[in-house]
Design a protein around this ligand. Structure first.
Ligand SMILES: NC(=O)c1ccc[n+]([C@@H]2O[C@H](COP(=O)([O-])OP(=O)(O)OC[C@H]3O[C@@H](n4cnc5c(N)ncnc54)[C@H](O)[C@@H]3O)[C@@H](O)[C@H]2O)c1
Length: 507
């Protein structure tokens, strides 16, 4: 059993936001984690809250690692003595506040306690490792392992060696990061800003110049990223994108290098983020997200990927996440011209469909479930055989000044001809509407159908949506429905069963 395989010890120094995340990640694969903090009460609090967090993640089906929440928590302990935390640890992850004086003082103390084989990794976002390790006896054991917040959900870790870091430790740190399920990159040498922040700052600088020069508003700048570049970069880096955008990279360079160089020459000097422009940017942002709404807005994107680990059970349908195993059947369906017309989609190759499946899982603006015929599944115990369609919610708008509601566009497709006329689409739509309202904070739904799709129009009418627009050119009808408590109660009564439970294999 997984729980029997206890591993070596890892010390976490500093039990704030980042320290707790690291503790959970290491415990997830069975490392014996000891958390130390300068304030004893904080360790107690961190342990208590980490337990709650692990239990919650397990309930939501979001727990990482290969053990139960209880098994993971059993791997975590706390201490108020630095010496005890470090004794016997193979790896120390330092997570104290981002102040060089605090880091230097801590490393000087750690230097007197640590043996020759322990890796000392700092979570620092900004300090090159040489800045706090130069004078240490054990300086060749020090490196940076910089996570991205929140590390439990964002896997990148930048591993940055100091000039004197032993390459074997850099390699071992990378191995450990991979083992705990993170995605490490190793810089060949230390550099200010590491890689992530250098790229982030290049983007910030150009967006700043575009706003300062009055070319785009703050809101539109963010649309360029969230509705354009960001969608691409969620699953392809800029260099592979270039490679694919031409007949390979050399061809891309041939075609575009002059243009890219010429545009880059117009970019102007590095701006300082201060003064009048800073005030203007802040004002526009506060109109989009008022300061008191920041916590709500922060929570929003992470909820979108909830469905990766969940299934929704109704009476006659079960909604499951779109997995690789489903792609072939989905692809067969989408060869049908009728379905292409109804869903306004182009036929894709099988390979493109696989890419689409993985991109949908990454996509923060879209929530997809496949629909299983629950009766058929009860008979055959075969998910592929029981698949009948899919349902999606696209997040159409985010909180803004005029309209702070989150709007979701709902789509439903029953692809399997034998499953039609059995009200499976009706039930699946209700389950999805409930899930969107309760888990994705959707406050208003939109549904768009072809004006020839009588069945869909009747269904949205019966679901208490109201027609709000018709476009003759596209032959589309738009329906809308605001979410309120009475409607949620009506939806629940209409379906009878609505259970959101973890998805392993469907049981
Ligand atoms: N928060 C982020 O978004 C983020 C992202 C990536 C990296 N980091 C880096 O991670 C590190 C920790 O950040 P955080 O957000 O968790 O900070 P935090 O303020 O939430 O937690 C810091 C913890 O360190 C403790 N502490 C202070 N001095 C200490 C000492 N001498 N010994 C032991 N513990 C001590 C504090 O009591 C506190 O619990 C920083 O270097 C930060 O730059 C933070």
């Amino acid at each position: 059993m997984a729980s029997a395989m206890k591993k070596e010890k890892v010390a976490i120094i500093g039990s704030g936001l980042i320290g707790r995340s690291w503790a959970m990640l290491f415990a997830g694969v069975g490392y014996q984690v000891t958390i130390y903090d300068i304030i004893p009460d904080i360790v107690e609090k961190a342990l208590k809250e980490t337990k709650q967090e692990l239990d919650n993640l397990e309930k939501q089906g979001l727990l990482r690692g290969n053990r139960t929440a209880a098994e993971q928590f059993a791997c975590i302990s706390g201490t108020d003595k630095l010496k005890d935390a470090i004794a016997g640890a193979i790896y120390v992850q330092e997570c104290v506040p981002e102040r060089l004086d605090i880091k230097k003082k801590l490393y000087t103390e750690v230097d007197t306690l640590v043996g020759p084989n322990t890796i000392l990794a700092s979570s620092t976002s900004t300090f090159m490792p040489s800045l706090f390790s130069e004078d240490l006896k054990h300086r060749d054991q020090v490196l940076v392992a910089h996570p991205v917040n929140p590390p439990y959900y964002v896997p990148l870790v930048e591993i940055v060696p100091a000039p004197w870091t032993k390459p074997a430790y850099t390699a071992k740190a990378r191995e450990l990061m991979t083992e705990i399920g993170q995605k490490p990159v190793t810089l060949s040498r230390q550099i200010e800003g590491f890689a992530l922040n250098r790229i982030q700052y290049a983007i910030l600088n150009e967006t700043w110049r575009l706003v300062a020069d009055g070319i785009l508003s703050v809101k539109d700048i963010d649309v360029v990223m969230s509705e354009g570049l960001g969608m691409r970069y969620a699953f392809l880096g800029p260099l592979e994108t270039a490679h694919l955008n031409a007949e390979g990279m050399l061809n891309y360079c041939d075609r575009y290098c002059n243009t890219i160089y010429a545009v880059s020459q117009t970019m102007g000097p590095t701006p300082r983020m201060e003064g009048k422009v800073a005030e203007q940017v802040a004002k526009e942002l506060e109109e989009m997200v008022p300061i008191d709404k920041l916590p709500e807005r922060r929570a929003w994107p992470h909820t979108m990927r909830l469905n990766e680990h969940l299934q929704i059970k109704g009476n006659h349908v079960i909604l499951v996440p779109y997995e690789k195993q489903h792609v072939e059947k989905y692809h067969q369906w989408m060869q049908s011209e009728e379905l292409q017309e109804l869903t306004a989609s182009e036929p894709l190759s099988l390979e493109e469909e696989y890419r689409m499946q993985s991109s949908w899982r990454e996509d923060n603006d879209k929530c997809t479930f496949l629909i299983l015929d629950a009766d058929r599944y009860a008979e055959t115990n075969d998910e592929i055989d029981a698949l009948v369609g899919d349902t999606n919610i696209f997040i159409k708008s985010t909180p803004d000044e005029e309209d702070r509601t989150v709007v979701g566009e709902i789509e439903i497709m029953i692809a399997e001809p034998s499953a039609r006329q059995r009200r499976l689409g009706w039930e699946a739509t209700i389950l999805m509407l409930l899930f969107g309202a309760e888990h994705l904070h959707i406050a208003r739904y939109v549904a768009i159908t072809k004006d020839t799709n009588e069945k869909a129009m009747r269904m949205f009418g019966r679901l208490q949506f109201h027609e709000t627009n018709r476009t003759a050119v596209f032959r589309e009808v738009t329906f809308e429905r605001t979410v309120d408590e009475a409607w949620i109660a009506w939806l629940k009564a209409a379906t009878g069963t609505y259970d959101v439970v973890p998805y392993g294999a469907v049981q």
